[in-house]
Design a protein around this ligand. Structure first.
Ligand code: ATP
Ligand code: MG
Length: 592
């Protein structure tokens, strides 16, 4: 189907009226100083993320409003109001105080999406304790590595996860002073060397005044997804809450009456910044589903929970597309009004799928663990160009740069002003949620900067209207016969083919042309991976991309290797293709 290159906003996309419609005007009027005034600040001065997210609402008009709604297959739904959440997080902060754990100490949480995880994260923030949520699916080694790297003193986990993943390596985590266990059956635990969290909570007071943290005090330590190599620990501060607030408004259009669902796990940054902090800052009701992806369940949750704003990821959208139209046809989502996606490039096909199946286009946005919050986005304020990441939000200055190569020298770059020229995406430092360092890796951190420009490691281009287009990660770009080929462009064309569910493209070394393009493809249900189909997909790609850019080889795989945050791991496709070591696979989905 021939499709337009722009999706214009319609009246139904704009209900209720969004916070902003004047992109340039809002950017001009914006300052981070002003944005901070939307928050309360601590009574005695200072800024605390947990206080702003929870306590600020707990005595105001939203005190009885549902903050978090937990759902699971085998358990009844549990609603926590803002005031109940304030009391619970107060208790948890008092538990930490009672253990002598205070400001600047480090706490890790290893749990599924259970209420205790959210209470621990927010309570620790109120206590000034630095938090790292870990994916509950991590194996023992990745858990121990991260706790050791972060010198974690406290671990909150469940009895089952402790016995399965932590106990055997406990001796090898010398910094760990306290392990607080949640009994998965709802009772209490009596595991040697641990404390029962429910008992501690019962005995703690539910009154607490947030510790006086300052904007530059550390709040969260997040590990990157490990898509390109060993995950890095990015350090974030309490001041990041100003970005979370502003972006919740500009990129997600969160209103207190919204019922919001962020599908990301808190084990990666989206699940914390936008699965915990930003929605609470805006006083919305957030849905938290304990279960893993399931197309029927997700469609039903969107419908039955009357979700109005949905923040998800390309991998989930591709899986819904793969599940087929018949399943979608059994559902209606009249409450849904705004859909956004992050984590990977969102193929134009997926944006259109949103329009056609959900009745709403999907708003792609771009950011990284390092940026702490959304930087570039499709927003309610302007039309969507499918395939583009959108435009920089107010307060964010983005640019495209080229490197001036000098062996052994610190990075030096030059701005590329001409539209539509590819280069590295860079951001002018100064937004509040910018990371303040990679844990134990100062050299790596410094390499990310040229003066006040933060170099993102992603290649992109900007068009004449100021929209940014993702090309690929610098590491993934393919050099073939003098062309630079971005995997995203090739993958998006492959996705247009009706049989293709997912595509990952790599450069395969070739003596003649440097690298040839090789594609790995997984198919939608109902298609057989045979030679005729391979040739048909190849022909489609040639027609759309030309022979120089189209894949020379296409291999079928049942699924593509992905990180637990849902990103296609091209480095693994490449290592496997070339028979090379796989490197760090701690974040590989389905891995140990
Ligand atoms: P690692 O740094 O360990 O290799 P990672 O970069 O995947 O892992 P994250 O910080 O979780 O870790 O992901 C950020 C990256 O994800 C971005 O740098 C970009 O490459 C990709 N990304 C995120 N959103 C988008 C988007 N909307 N379009 C294209 N790419 C995106
Ligand atoms: Mg990265």
């Amino acid at each position: 189907m021939e499709r337009a290159s722009v999706i214009h906003k319609t009246a139904s996309d704009q209900r209720p009226p969004p916070y902003w419609t004047d992109y340039e005007g809002e950017r001009r009027a914006f300052s981070w100083e002003l944005a901070r005034h939307a928050l309360q600040g601590l009574p005695g001065g200072g800024l605390n993320m947990g206080f702003e997210a929870v306590d600020r609402h707990a005595t105001g008009a939203l005190r009885d409003h549902i903050a978090l709604r937990f759902v699971a297959r085998q358990a009844p739904a549990l609603d926590l109001s803002y005031s109940a959440l304030a009391r619970q997080t107060n208790r948890f902060a008092n538990v930490l105080q009672g253990l002598g754990v205070g400001k600047g100490d480090r706490l890790f949480v290893l749990a599924g999406r259970i209420p205790e995880l959210y209470v621990a994260v927010l309570g620790a923030l109120k206590n000034g304790t630095v938090v790292t949520p870990l994916f509950s699916a991590f194996g023992p080694e990745p858990i121990a590595t991260r706790i050791n790297l972060g010198a974690g003193q406290v671990l909150v986990t469940t009895d089952v996860l402790y016995k399965r993943k932590v106990k055997q390596l406990r001796e090898q985590m010398p910094s760990l002073r306290h392990v607080l266990l949640v009994a998965e059956d709802g009772g209490s635990t009596s595991e040697p060397g641990t404390l029962d969290l429910a008992t501690l909570m019962r005995n703690a007071s539910d009154e607490f005044s947030a510790v006086a943290t300052q904007p530059d005090d550390p709040a969260l330590l997040h590990f990157t997804s490990g898509t390109t190599g060993t995950p890095k620990g990015a350090q974030h501060v309490h001041g990041a809450v100003v970005t979370h607030y502003a972006t919740g408004r500009y990129a997600l259009d969160l209103h207190p009456e919204d019922r919001y669902w962020c599908t990301a796990d808190p084990g990666w940054v989206t699940g914390t910044s936008y699965g915990i902090i930003a929605p609470l800052l805006h006083g919305v009701t957030s849905l938290i589903d304990r279960e893993e992806f399931d197309a029927e369940r997700w469609y039903s949750l969107l419908e039955q929970e009357r979700i109005s704003v949905w923040y998800t990821a390309p991998t989930a959208i591709r899986m819904l597309m793969k599940a087929g139209a018949a399943l979608a046809d059994q559902h209606r989502w009249p409450a849904l009004r705004f859909v956004a996606s992050v984590g990977e490039p969102l193929n134009p096909e997926a944006v259109w799928w949103g329009k056609e199946v959900l009745g709403l286009p999907i708003h792609d946005n771009w950011w990284q663990t390092e940026t702490g919050g959304i930087m570039i986005a499709n927003t309610p304020a302007f039309d969507i160009k499918p395939g583009s990441m959108g435009r920089p939000l107010p307060g964010i200055e983005a640019c495209i740069v080229e490197h001036l190569e000098a062996e052994g020298e610190p990075p030096r770059v030059r701005l590329i002003d001409t539209p539509d020229v590819e280069g590295e995406l860079a951001l002018r430092s100064g937004w509040p949620s910018m990371f303040r360092g990679y844990l134990n890796n100062e050299a790596r951190y410094r390499k990310c900067f040229d003066g006040d420009l933060y170099l993102t490691g992603d290649l992109a281009k900007r068009d004449a209207d100021g929209y940014y287009w993702f090309v690929g990660r610098a590491d993934d770009v393919i050099k073939s016969a003098g062309h630079l080929i971005g995997p995203f462009e090739v993958e998006s064309v492959l996705m247009e083919h009706p049989a293709v569910a997912e595509a990952g493209v790599i450069g395969k070394p070739d003596p003649m042309v440097g690298e040839v393009v090789k594609a790995f493809v997984s198919l939608k249900d109902g298609y057989a991976p045979d030679e005729a189909l391979r040739l048909d997909i190849m022909a489609h790609a040639r027609k759309r991309l030309g022979a120089a850019v189209a894949p020379k080889e296409i291999a079928f795989l049942p699924t593509l290797p992905r990180t637990r945050s849902g990103k296609i791991m091209r480095r693994l496709l490449k290592a496997r293709e070339l028979g090379l070591p796989e490197g760090d696979t701690s974040t590989l989905e389905g891995g140990a």
